[in-house]
Design a protein around this ligand. Sequence first.
Ligand SMILES: [Zn+2]
Length: 113
Amino acid sequence: MTGVAIARVDPAGEIRPRRRIVGPARAVCRLTMAINGVDYRVEPNPAGPFDVRKAYRLRKPDGTAYDVALTGHGLTCDCPDFIFHRDGLGPDGCKHIKAMVAYGLLDRTGRKE
Ligand SMILES: [Zn+2]
């Protein structure tokens, strides 16, 4: 009966239209985040077997992808900048981590959201 509206009579004798019966809400969505002028497609990344609490994959238009995650040891990214210049050296992380934190997709405190 999707989309059918039928009138009903309320207790006061007024004729009122019934609410239309609709199917479940459907949403097809995509999240794109611009970092330093480059558009990254942001996709949830299923947690792996390690201590990953929340993870995302950021994909550039050229196909390059970086995995950003909140783990039991903090925020990590597999981009070269994080691996060679940031890991263990500063709390802020790379531009990918900064962007994900700035938009609330990952949390520096380590809370599960
Ligand atoms: Zn990164």
